[in-house]
Ligand binder design. Structure first.
Ligand code: AMP
Length: 112
């Protein structure tokens, strides 16, 4: 079972900020910005590289949840970033697809 499945099953503690039938979201344990939320589907798709058209609705829901959380945390006016890391060069460390919501400070570009 992946780390994020264990968080979704409440087997590993996390500060969960959203849960529904398909998606969970929680504070990142090592935040890279004042607001750093991880949004993951309950379905353990390993990465973007495994996505097919069957997951289009699920991925859309993840983005909608992220935008709702940005409004909830009051960062939608100042702006934020949504990031999928994919694979080794993309910086992915947990092999369960997830979206990072980062905000609350000026973010640099391009990323390192
Ligand atoms: P990535 O590097 O894109 O695979 O992102 C994985 C993220 O999960 C990293 O930002 C980690 O800090 C975060 N993370 C790892 N373990 C935990 C945990 N137990 N609770 C919350 N976030 C975690």
């Amino acid at each position: 079972m992946t780390l994020f499945e264990q968080i979704a099953n409440h087997e590993i503690p996390a500060t969960i900020v959203h849960e529904d039938a398909d998606i969970i979201a929680f504070h990142d344990i090592k935040p890279q910005a004042p607001y750093h939320i991880v949004i993951a589907p309950r379905k353990p798709i390993p990465s973007l590289d495994y996505v097919t058209g069957d997951e289009a609705e699920l991925l859309g829901k993840m983005i909608v949840v992220a935008t709702e959380l940005a409004r909830k945390f009051g960062i939608s006016d100042t702006g934020y970033r949504l990031v999928f890391n994919c694979g080794r060069h993309g910086g992915q460390t947990v092999d369960h697809i997830h979206l990072h919501l980062l905000g609350g400070r000026q973010l640099g570009w391009p990323p390192g």
